[in-house]
Design a protein around this ligand. Sequence first.
Ligand code: HEM
Length: 419
Amino acid sequence: MSQAFKETPSTAPELTSKTNIAEPSLWKNYEYLPIFAKMRAEDPVHYCAESQYGPYWSVTRYDDIMAVDTNHHVYSSDVNLGGIIIDDNIQNDPDNEFQSANFIAMDPPKHDDQRKSVNGITDPRNLKHFGTIIRERTSNLLDSLPVGEEFDWVPTVSIELTTQMLATMFDFPFEDRHKLTRWSDVATAEGDSGVVESQQQRIEELMEMAAYFRDLQESRRDKPDNIDLLTMMTHSPAMANMPPEEFLGNLGLLIVGGNDTTRNSMTGSVFGMNLFPDEFAKVVAKPELVDNMVAEIIRWQTPLAHMRRTAMEDAVLGGKQIRKGDKVVMWYVSGNRDTAIFDNPDQIIVDRKNARRHLSFGFGIHRCMGNRIGELQLRILWEEILKRFRHVEVTGDPELTNSNFVKGYTSLPVKLHAL
Ligand code: HEM
């Protein structure tokens, strides 16, 4: 692995109202880190007057992020006001009805009713059921991997396992599971991403997804006790009779929500354990640390860099005057590196006492619904890795996802060393 990936960059330019932390070029490597550190120290609620996303506020300190995330009376997620990501074009593109209508981008009371319909997926009884399936599927996959040969961890393990989990959560035909990964990629595809060639193609593929799920839904009508998300959507009063675009939007949310995030935490965990070998040695010596290590990896990785809100009234935040209609971006990736809360935040410390205080799942009414499922998958993955391998060695540089929203990896070469 080259030195560039081992060191946190330390210099940042002067902050001005032109400083645009969301500028995509800063996210190709770790250039955003020192700028956030400077913002937290000098201008923690920073106003960018002009950017490709229009003007916006950056909220960079842990406590201020918490203040926004837990105050949905002032800070709205409603897609009609701008939704939850900095780029309102993606959500409000008139051709893009497939991304907008779901409960992460709604305010109460509609948000609460729809979330309640599917929240039961993480009941302890269901987690136990999923845990058994996840362990079996994870073990099978790890047993099939080549030992001592280089391969790409991202498609072979992270994508495959999260795809299998999606199939499990929807009780989706296992042999068709790769359709779910494709639909997840298509649902989040931006114009220049190369995933689809045109908006027309994107719409056609999402229509195909809707048709597939409508058929599958028919098979759930007489099985209200089946443990899966589609059954819950089919039998809940708030979701049973949704207009087609909301059915599709919520399917999209449930497919996308747990996919990239968990996938990138899986890759981040392997990458992180190579960057901090002494920490990995602690886990090998004491496997009970896996639980805390998972929380710490999710803090350090911060798979979603930000969530955005829109102010519904004037408010004061960190001493700054926010006006009704302003775009307010909570940078979880910065709050998770705030030294007021986390000592040595750029380091992974597997036995960090307060790792669980991280912001990566958000807080407030939109706090991640699948956090326990994401953690479960990572915990089982590492428990099973430790039973089989002495080391998952990173053999080259990772390729990072080019995005200021999804913080992840498109490739990570590795080699396995047996116990
Ligand atoms: C490491 C894995 C994961 C991370 C880092 C993550 C992160 C997040 C974040 C940041 C939010 C928004 C929180 C806010 O606005 O306050 C969220 C919401 C959500 N997540 Fe996750 N997520 C993960 C896994 C999952 C999984 C496995 C599922 C599968 C069901 C899932 C489903 C959702 C849903 C449905 C919402 C919307 C909740 C609402 O609006 O009420 N997530 N997640």
